[in-house]
Design a protein around this ligand. Structure first.
Ligand SMILES: Nc1ncnc2c1ncn2[C@@H]1O[C@H](COP(=O)(O)OP(=O)(O)OP(=O)(O)O)[C@@H](O)[C@H]1O
Ligand code: SF4
Ligand SMILES: [Mg+2]
Length: 380
């Protein structure tokens, strides 16, 4: 976590490494055996604006299917945008072709959730690491390559002898270290880590998270970390974006998001995280999210969250999509943005949540979370 990015001042253009504007990624839904007609679109990413600053860790959270991975891939130019732009270090990556694109690609790399499926099992670690280096012209001098391979293994905390082994000969945590070394092998500026520790035992997760942080400090890396585990995201991130159905609904400094969640969806997510202290656990706000995530092929009108929002109002919520905006709420800084028409009134307790069904669910955050029905005055 970088110190400089936790301050409340607005970033200058030179502080920003990635600028995403109005990004949309829609996947066509095909039907018909003969004519292959397009009958609709999955709006996986549907109007996202965000900036990632140099040297920071931007955490992205949201339910399964809300578009986190698609957004990460679009930022890495692995998924073509339907609309909008991704500007990397001042250059719109959609405008790049051929050699320019190849050189730009070297600057952003991905670390995947499941290292075993992302590493070719028939290649040794040395061959896996050299592959990326070779593709970017970094494997031309034998002595320099060997020195670099040893450095990479040492950077990720693996023995040099591991270079001759195959991925299946390593444990899950070690394989993720190989995945990280592979991403590092081309000396990137940005790493998009998509659920980098979700497939690992809890005891190993902290080691890999700590490794990512150490590498960031040592190499000045910038991270976009996608994770469904809110504790992991809080620990590693400078800033966090909360996604719902293809859009960002809230963005804030990491600690502030947990202290002052403003969007009803973020409040529900936070309230589903158990607190170890039983007294705090009994007294804290708990918000039930009723209903499943609507289909991104047919998202609700207006505010996408209105079908599940306990604070939904008669006006605006169903008809007008809220902009991500800075609000004047005690405890919220100018870096805190929320996409809710009534964020101020909700924070002040001026409008009350509706009764909600005592059903589940917050899928995608470690499985369904049963949340008790709140008492009538829970949000007063
Ligand atoms: N290549 C594709 N073709 C069609 N639909 C896709 C494609 N990739 C993703 N989708 C759809 O886009 C939506 C967003 O998917 P995405 O994988 O980005 O979500 P996610 O937030 O990463 O979910 P998870 O937490 O489960 O990984 C989902 O409805 C998914 O089914
Ligand atoms: S805009 Fe309306 S429906 Fe959307 S989160 Fe705010 S109160 Fe709820
Ligand atoms: Mg995903």
């Amino acid at each position: 976590m970088s110190e400089s990015t936790t301050t409340a001042s607005a970033p200058s253009a030179s502080d920003v490494l990635v600028e995403v504007r109005g990004l949309e990624v829609h996947f066509p839904i095909k039907s018909g055996l003969l004519f292959d007609r397009t009958v609709g679109h999955v709006r996986a990413v549907d109007g996202v604006d965000l900036s990632i600053r140099r040297g920071e860790t931007y955490g992205l959270v949201g339910e399964s299917g809300c578009g986190k991975s698609t957004l990460g891939k679009a930022i890495l130019n692995l998924e073509p945008p339907t609309a909008g732009s991704v500007v990397f270090d001042g250059v719109d990556i959609a405008s790049l072709r051929g050699e320019e694109l190849r050189r730009a690609r070297k600057r952003f790399q991905m670390v995947f959730q499941d290292p075993l499926s992302s590493l070719d099992p028939r290649q040794t670690v040395e061959s896996l690491l050299r592959e990326g280096m070779g593709a970017h012209g970094l494997d031309t001098d034998k002595a320099a390559t060997h020195a670099r391979l040893r450095e990479l293994m040492s950077d990720v905390g693996l023995p040099v002898a591991g270079l001759r082994k195959y991925p299946h000969e390593f444990s899950g945590g070690q394989r993720q270290r190989i995945g990280i070394a592979r991403a590092l092998s081309v000396r990137p500026d940005l790493i998009v880590a998509d659920e980098p520790v979700s497939a690992l035992d809890v005891s190993i997760q902290a080691q890999v998270i700590n490794l990512l942080q150490d590498l960031q400090d040592k190499l000045g890396l910038t991270y976009l970390v996608v994770a469904h585990d809110l504790a992991v995201v809080r620990h590693i991130s400078d800033r966090i974006g909360v996604m719902y159905l293809g859009g960002l609904v809230e963005e804030s400094g990491a600690a502030e998001l947990y202290d002052v969640p403003l969007h009803p969806y973020s409040r529900a997510l936070m309230s589903a995280v158990p607190v170890p202290d039983p007294e705090v656990e009994d007294s804290r706000e708990q918000i039930l999210l009723s209903g499943d995530l609507p289909s991104p092929a047919n998202p609700p009108s207006g505010c996408r969250f209105h079908t599940r929002c306990p604070w939904r109002q008669e006006t605006r919520c169903d008809t007008e999509r809220p902009e991500l905006r800075v609000v004047e709420v005690p405890g919220a800084t100018a870096q805190h943005r929320v996409a809710c028409h009534f964020a101020e009134e909700i924070a002040a307790g001026a409008i009350q949540p509706h009764e909600v069904e005592p059903a589940l669910v917050a899928e995608g955050f470690g499985g369904p979370v049963a949340v008790p029905r709140p008492p009538p005055d829970a949000y007063a």
